[in-house]
Design a protein around this ligand. Structure first.
Ligand code: ASP
Length: 339
């Protein structure tokens, strides 16, 4: 029997409704086998570890990503795969971060969670949990079917660093617009093998240094000079993600161009990621992005904001700076961008 470790970090899946506070709060996850008796029937040897205390994922911080990466490292040889239960709100960020931190992964790390707690009658938790376990235990020709960090939600398996949470109401909470689904679960689980990463065969390397001196500036019509300047030049920030319009476009006012140019000249790295859910940044395609290219802004191509943020923290944690940081940022490291 395959051995799978479930790591419960928190999230709605393991919450109960507290009448006194009129809000959802985490419960002791050891009760999971009572809540989901089906787990006893699965032909997989399951173990559970829990974060203490469990977190609503809005409270997830980079040090929790490190804790998670270490939990996987410490148990890597003992298990065939990992299921990470996590709140959906920041799941795409954590999955993106883990994809970079776990280099040469050859075993599945499947994130899942739910929109309704496991104890509620119409819950989506049971299907998500049970199928995530099956995926983590699946083999194709004697090898792990999906040796990558992925997210399973509502019958679809996505590459973790390609997803974003797009819906807080639907059971289908995630989208991966720029990359196809890795698998679909119906009567059978159909793996889309051509788009699943192949294990490198090298030993796992776990990177646990992250540098979170990163900021995100979303461009909007009417954005002011003072807001732009204070965000770009905020003390202690070394890298900025500009969330731009469409194919990477931004205002061409002189003050805006000056602010971006000065930021790049100050040694900060400025990268360009689109606000659109899908598509890619093409600096220079429009007049309204030529000035960004000229200022030395680095294209994020078709990366999600979540992946760009995690990648910068990971690369700066590995002490990449200047030109080498820019080069690495534009490389496809874990399938997060299409070259
Ligand atoms: N607020 C919850 C969380 O992200 C929502 C969820 O679990 O889906 O932890």
């Amino acid at each position: 029997m395959k051995k799978i470790l479930i790591i419960y970090t928190g999230g709605t899946i393991g919450m109960v409704y507290d009448e006194s506070n009129k809000s959802y709060q985490p419960f002791d996850f050891k009760q999971i086998f009572n809540q989901v008796p089906e787990l006893k029937k699965i032909q997989v040897n399951l173990s559970v570890q829990s974060f203490n205390p469990p977190l609503d994922s809005s409270n997830m911080q980079p040090h929790h990503w490190i804790q998670l990466a270490k939990a996987i490292e410490n148990n890597y040889e003992k298990y065939d795969g990992f299921v990470v239960l996590h709140g959906s709100d920041t799941m795409a960020y954590t999955a993106s971060a883990l994809s970079f931190m776990l280099e040469n992964l050859s075993k599945p790390v499947v994130f899942t969670g739910s929109q309704l707690p496991v104890g509620e009658i119409r819950t989506d938790a049971k299907e998500n949990l049970i199928t995530a376990i099956e995926i983590a235990a699946s083999e194709i020709k004697g090898k792990a079917a999906v040796p990558e960090v992925c997210i399973y939600f509502d019958y679809n398996l996505y590459r973790g660093n390609r997803t974003s949470k797009y819906n807080s109401e639907k059971f289908e909470a995630f989208q991966s617009v720029n990359y196809p689904v890795l698998a679909e679960a119906g009567v059978h689980i159909k793996f889309n093998q051509q788009v699943i990463m192949k294990a490198s065969g090298k030993n796992l390397i776990v990177h646990t240094e992250l540098d979170s001196s990163v900021g995100i500036l979303k461009i909007f019509p009417g954005i002011s000079k003072s807001w732009t300047e204070s965000a770009l030049m905020a003390p202690g920030i070394r890298a900025i993600i500009l969330e731009t319009f469409g194919a990477g476009n931004a205002p061409t006012d002189n003050w805006f161009i000056d602010a971006v140019t000065k930021t790049v000249q100050s040694g900060r790295v400025v990268v360009n990621v689109t606000q659109c859910g899908g598509g890619r940044v093409e600096q220079g395609r429009y007049e309204t992005s030529r000035h960004l290219e000229a200022a030395g802004v680095v294209s994020g191509f078709d990366m999600t904001t979540e992946a760009a943020l995690a990648k910068l923290m990971y690369l700066m944690g590995r002490k990449y700076a200047g030109l080498r940081l820019k080069e690495q940022f534009q490389k496809d490291l874990r399938g997060e961008l299409t070259v």
